[in-house]
Design a protein around this ligand. Structure first.
Ligand code: ADE
Length: 238
């Protein structure tokens, strides 16, 4: 099978521009999953774009599906997130050096918050080459103070209060932003030894006004993700 790069986004809005001009594929295999898949060429490479829906289980299902059916050389998760670090503002871009499932909690059994029993590490590391190239791609689109690298935390929660945000910071003081899929995509990618990267544009500050900010800024902050992915593909072509 030809090499391809997979991009997974949770919401239709997050994949709309990227999937324009690609072919929508019929579902593969016996799966009854509602997973729109688009495939085509982008700057000399085959790209497969998948819309997984919100949350870690949807994200994990889509990731395993895309690995099984398309064997991507690497997986990019692209979407929006709520800023957790005070340095991260609406419209900024965060590239995950690593990710963790902040809502995984079996501390009662002696684990740290976020630790998943049975795994050697519950912090999933991005592919360093992909991260470096995406940094380079992002630098052509945004000023350096709007680009951040660091820990991305994922959980099945929309973070929308100072208390929720503070709780995340108490357990993960280095967290840059919170979203709902990345670390699940990272876990499944890592389990299959497929390199991955999470890139997120900030739609809100994960505080009391997050629901309104999310609605207001969602469509404004998505295009930069698309532009960075285009530039990344151009760099990968060289
Ligand atoms: N995605 C965008 N904003 C978010 C938030 N505040 N919490 C979780 N996921 C998000």
């Amino acid at each position: 099978m030809e090499d391809c790069i997979a991009v997974i986004g949770a919401m239709d809005e997050e994949i709309a521009a990227l999937s324009e001009g690609l072919d929508r594929l019929p579902p593969k295999g016996s799966s009854g999953l509602d997973l729109p898949i688009f495939k085509g060429r982008l700057h000399g490479q085959t790209i497969v774009v998948v819309r997984c829906r919100v949350g870690k289980v949807h994200a994990a299902l889509a990731t395993q599906y895309v690995i099984d059916h398309f064997h991507p050389t690497f997986i990019i998760n692209s979407g929006v997130a709520g800023g957790i670090s005070p340095n991260v503002r609406i419209g900024d871009l965060v590239l995950g050096t690593s990710s963790v499932q902040h809502d995984f909690d079996v501390r009662y059994f002696g684990y740290t918050r976020g630790a998943i029993p049975g795994l050697e590490s519950s912090i999933f590391t991005a592919d360093p080459r992909l991260l470096g190239l995406t940094m380079q791609a992002a630098a052509s689109e945004l000023s350096s103070d709007r680009i951040h690298q660091g820990l991305i935390v994922s959980g099945d929660q929309f973070i929308s209060s100072q208390e929720q945000k503070q709780e995340i910071l108490n357990f993960f003081p280095d967290a840059m932003c919170a979203e709902m899929e990345g670390a699940a995509i990272a876990q499944v990618s890592s389990a299959n030894k497929v390199p991955h990267l999470i890139m997120r544009s900030i739609s809100d500050q994960a505080d009391n006004t997050a629901p309104q900010d999310f609605d207001q800024f969602l469509l404004d902050v998505i295009p930069v993700l698309n532009r960075v992915i285009h530039r990344l593909f151009i760099l990968l072509q060289d």
